[in-house]
Design a protein around this ligand. Sequence first.
Ligand code: GDP
Ligand code: MG
Length: 450
Amino acid sequence: LARGFRQARNRLAGLTELSESNIEPALREVRLSLLEADVEIGVVKAFLSRVKQKAVGRTLEAKVKHEGETMQVSASDHFVKICHDELEAMMSHEGEPIVWASGRPTGLMMVGLQGSGKTTTCAKLARHIAKQGKKPMLVAADMQRPAAVEQLKVLGNQIKIPVFNISGKSPVEICAAAEAEAKKLGRDVIIYDTAGRLAIDEKLMQELAEIKSRVAPENIFLVVDAMIGQDSVKTARSFHERLGISGVVLTKLDGDARGGAAISIKEVTGAPVLFSGVGETTDKFEEFRADGMASRILGMGDVVGLMQDFEQVVDQKKAEKDAERLLQGDFSLDDFLEQVRMIQKMGSLKDLVDKLPLGGMFPGGLPKDVNLDDRELVRIEAIIQSMTRFEKRDPYALIREPRRAERIAKGSGTNAEAVAELVQKFLFMKQMMSGLGQNMGMMGKIPGMK
Ligand code: GDP
Ligand code: MG
């Protein structure tokens, strides 16, 4: 799957603008690799149309500091990021994964095919919940396999959680008796381990439906083996139709399972993947993270990381608010420092000015002394941090009173000239800002400041 996305990205190499026609080859690659990973065709189509809608028209390029290197964000990087975000949106859910009961013990019923990992997951969930300070009780209601009850008892013993069972009784009878037992023992969560079959059959569904109506659990979790691919969606659909599942636990994600199941299941059933099993022991259990899975499916964590840095730099809302304030002439040395840091992240000041519609302001090119390199930025930071609040508010004081400049120079390990130079740069920038402010409408053309 990841390889397909990488090929898709390569198809976009060198493009500066994504258009309806030039992203087609990339979309085809993505389509193929999603289908190969057993994602449902309907789900694939919906995904592609959303990606297309968001990608067309993307042109923005800018430099961004990423892990110490200055890198270029290209149109193809945008494409990857859009894919990532769409994948994430398809798998994500809001709110707490478990619905808690009030006035009685919370019920969690595990259902799924044989071998999917139900019994193991019951123990993992019990451990997870106990860590949150709750007192779970396990119910062994799989009477299909003689060893199933014993298996749960062994696990319960390991994690010191009581396991309830009545030998000789039917699963429905056992589950029906569990709530009274839990109350007696002072347990506030009941986890029901049920039987599975190799394939869905009517008798199994009948039994589960009966258990459901007898205990009315707040949560019905479908346990799905991530390794079984497309079949997992069929399984999810029939369990959902019959029982109404509230969430999914995807197991065996520690293997080389492809992510297809995770993408389709929520789209098809509406029930989100809530937890993942990542190993055989009871501690190998996590709350499902959609962004992590999206990265795993894409296999391009590097590009996504780059884009996240990028988006941080051009955080639209903040830029908007800042711009408004700065344009009103309210520009302090702290703003200057922040501005300088942002520029540092985006490349050199000269690069930035080249991108801005400021050409007309500097007919003779950018004044030489406003360009900044990395070493200078460190110095600027040190100088500003050595200033008192009064001096930050009124930098002219440093020119009026050379003693202040001397003190700051000493405090920042620089010299008086460097301090004077900084004040000049600040005043220049301030002037530039108010120049921009008078040129209203111009901000709209600055990348990331619209
Ligand atoms: P059940 O029939 O649905 O109750 O499934 P079990 O809980 O008995 O698990 C079946 C097999 O899958 C066992 O060998 C488990 O150790 C294994 N298993 C369950 N969850 C995971 C997991 O997240 N990762 C791995 N690697 N193995 C798992
Ligand atoms: Mg079992």
